[in-house]
Design a protein around this ligand. Structure first.
Ligand code: FAD
Ligand code: NAI
Length: 469
């Protein structure tokens, strides 16, 4: 597809780039996407959301078969792990998602320019194909959607075998006897859960004095207790200073973050999950006049315009939470802005879910943020132990907590630990988006017996009138 010319060209076919491209094509733009990976869908589809959720679901079933069935009166022999089949299932989900996006590109007449894109300035992008051949494409609007990459930890070399990033942790060939996860954030808890359920002794080493540091504090505390009951160990306030590959496994050195005696731990596998960094390597930003902000992200003006005329950026490579649905919204909204529409994204209504068991789901402000900003708020809380459906499921850990701004009577935050918390959160996210009060949620008729009733009860609790507690 050499020297072609487009209305909009996206560099990167992750959730941001591919969603933006589809929306742009729907709006009548001649659209292309430059993608260097052989599979469309970016980090999320290839080495992120999709494969991790496949392994989380499969490992959850394995764990349930071994630990949960008997309590429901189902007697089976101890389940046997068939890791290659579990991995093959995961890979087939990735492949079908890749194919699905390719189909959508064809359906919407979007050109996939296979190769690595580089900004040349003047509306031009150079594409270096897998065989090294170079071509140029021109576009009125160029969108950088190059995503993010693993954040390295100084002094620790990731070999994706015994010292792995999330990418290596998704393809381990055997269950390690022991695993240390560096970083008690989202990846650490999700992938730590996978390998713990499959039989590894997992220890999470976290620099701060709490896990999930951006979540509501009460959620972090309770989630740690729940995961400890599942067998995961936590070493909080510890910093890893070195990881050396030994004959078999890794020798890990760590010490208290506030100072103190160092210690060494010998483990089979170390997972480094201390965050991700925006990725725009080799993109030719300088030549094109695209500037970065103080955190190394592409600087944008709030409407995705970079410092270079005609060049925009979306997704993980710009400010905001590194989440697939945030990138998707930005892609679609940018296409609509370029078409002259007036779409909007509400940064206070972007949900976030940790797909552990039980799940952790949150939207809007935490109690800590409200206190720091001196915003008066009311809390409505309801535990799943008081929800009949959760009791039937034997999934009574956790609660729904709704926070309402006392000045405006609007719901301003919601934090859930519980079964299907990610799905339950959608209702509250919609409520925040529409400026609803807790009473508005409470007045909606919820089916019985469902987990959603816990959301209704938490909303009722804001005004001190729960029915079932
Ligand atoms: P990316 O998905 O990173 O896509 C960028 C694309 O650009 C890539 O395909 C890359 O190959 C391509 N590219 C880069 N440079 C060039 C170039 N010069 N030329 C051509 N192509 C280029 N988020 C969630 O919301 N839910 C989850 O459950 C979830 N789970 C995750 C699990 C893991 C293990 C990880 C690592 C991440 C997870 N995320 C999750 C985060 C999510 O993957 C990202 O937020 C999302 O992928 C960002 O989308 P993006 O379009 O900005 O970039
Ligand atoms: P994270 O930012 O969620 O967590 C990193 C953790 O590592 C933090 O708790 C931090 O305090 C800790 N840490 C930092 N440096 C450390 C050090 N030297 N030693 C010990 N601990 C240290 O990052 P994570 O888990 O790597 O995930 C990256 C991104 O991917 C996140 O921003 C997340 O949004 C996205 N993601 C989203 C998922 C989802 O939506 N379910 C799943 C997986 C990833």
């Amino acid at each position: 597809m050499a020297d072609a010319s487009y209305d909009i060209l996206f560099i990167g076919a992750g959730p941001g780039g591919y969603t933006g491209a589809i929306r742009a094509a729907q709006l009548g733009f001649k659209t292309a996407v430059v993608e260097k990976s052989p599979g469309l869908g970016g980090t999320c589809t290839n080495v992120g959301c999709i494969p991790s959720k496949a392994l989380l679901h499969s490992s959850e079933l394995f764990y349930e078969a071994g630990h949960g069935f008997a309590k429901h009166g189902i007697k089976i022999a101890a389940p046997e792990l068939d890791l290659p089949t579990m991995m093959a299932h995961k890979q087939s989900v990735v492949a079908s998602s890749n194919k699905g996006i390719e189909f959508l590109f064809k359906k919407n007449k979007i050109d996939w320019l296979k190769g690595t894109g580089k900004l040349l300035g003047g509306g031009k992008v150079e594409v270096t194909g897998p065989d090294g051949a170079k071509s140029t494409a021109t576009a009125k609007h160029i969108v950088i959607a190059t995503g993010s990459d693993v954040m390295p930890l100084r002094g620790i070399e990731i070999d994706e075998k015994s010292i792995v990033s999330s990418t290596g942790a998704l393809v381990l060939g055997a269950v390690p006897k022991s695993m240390v996860v560096i970083g008690g954030g989202v990846i650490g808890l999700e992938l730590g859960s996978v390998w713990s359920r499959l039989g590894a002794e997992v220890t999470v080493v976290e620099f701060l004095d709490r896990i999930l540091p951006t979540n509501d504090g009460e959620v972090s505390k309770q989630m740690q207790r729940i995961l400890e009951r599942q067998g995961i160990k936590f070493r909080l306030g510890m910093k890893v200073t070195a990881a050396k590959k030994a004959k078999s496994g890794v020798s890990l050195s760590m010490e208290p973050a506030k100072g103190g005696a160092a210690e060494t731990l010998d483990v089979d596998v170390v997972l480094v999950s201390i965050g991700r960094r925006p990725y725009a390597d080799g993109l030719g930003l300088d030549a094109a006049g695209v500037q970065l902000d103080d955190k190394g992200r592409i600087k944008t003006d709030g409407h995705f315009a970079t410092t270079a005329a005609g060049i925009y950026a979306i997704g993980d490579v710009i400010a905001g939470p590194m989440l697939a649905h945030k990138a998707e919204e930005e892609g679609a909204v940018l296409a609509e802005l370029l078409a002259g529409q007036k779409p909007h994204i509400n940064p206070d209504a972007i949900p976030a879910v940790v797909y552990t068991w039980p799940e952790v789901a949150s939207v809007g402000k935490t109690e800590e943020e409200l206190k720091a900003a001196n915003i008066p708020y009311k809390i409505g809380k309801f535990p799943f132990s008081a929800n009949a459906r959760a009791r039937a499921m034997m999934a009574t850990d956790g609660f729904v907590k709704i926070l309402e701004d006392q000045r405006t009577k609007r719901v301003i935050g919601c934090h859930i630990i519980g079964p299907n918390a990610g799905d339950l959160l959608a209702e509250v996210t919609a409520a925040i988006e529409y400026g609803a009060s807790a009473e508005d949620i409470a007045r909606v008729c919820h089916s019985h017996p469902t987990l959603t009733e816990a959301v209704k009860e938490a909303a009722l609790a804001v005004d001190g009138r729960t029915i079932n507690m």
